[in-house]
Write a new protein. Structure first.
Length: 120
């Protein structure tokens, strides 16, 4: 079973993504901040992390850099409500595998997960 970490300061978004992924047979742990996400990563191995970009404290890019120091082979998907032209480039430089815009359709998120996990 795939273990996925979802990090977002929006509790409604966390609940929605958790429900969707669990319906697809994935095990999901949620964190409501970048700092909480890092603590979970230090205690457990995840096959994938999905993180919001705009969060208080550590933003998604900072979280990705620190997370890859702990789990260098874990793919990361960055979600954001505001994809600027330079964000995909910054995300790639931070080691992020994919950027997805919010709001997203469940099919779009699942397709992105399959792509970064090499299941397509």
């Amino acid at each position: 079973m795939q273990e996925i970490l979802v990090v977002d300061d929006d509790r409604d978004c966390l609940a929605t993504v958790k429900l969707l992924l669990e319906q697809e047979g994935m095990a999901v742990q949620c964190a409501s901040s970048g700092e909480e996400g890092l603590l979970l990563l230090k205690d457990k191995a995840f096959q994938l992390m999905i993180t919001d970009f705009n969060m208080p404290g550590l933003n998604g890019l900072e979280l990705a850099r620190k997370s890859l120091g702990i789990a260098p082979h874990m793919p990361i998907i960055l979600s954001t409500g505001n994809i600027s032209p330079e964000l995909p480039h910054l995300a790639a430089r931070a080691g992020i595998a994919a950027v997805i815009g919010k709001p997203f359709y469940s099919e779009e998120l699942l397709k992105t997960i399959r792509e970064v996990m090499g299941e397509v």
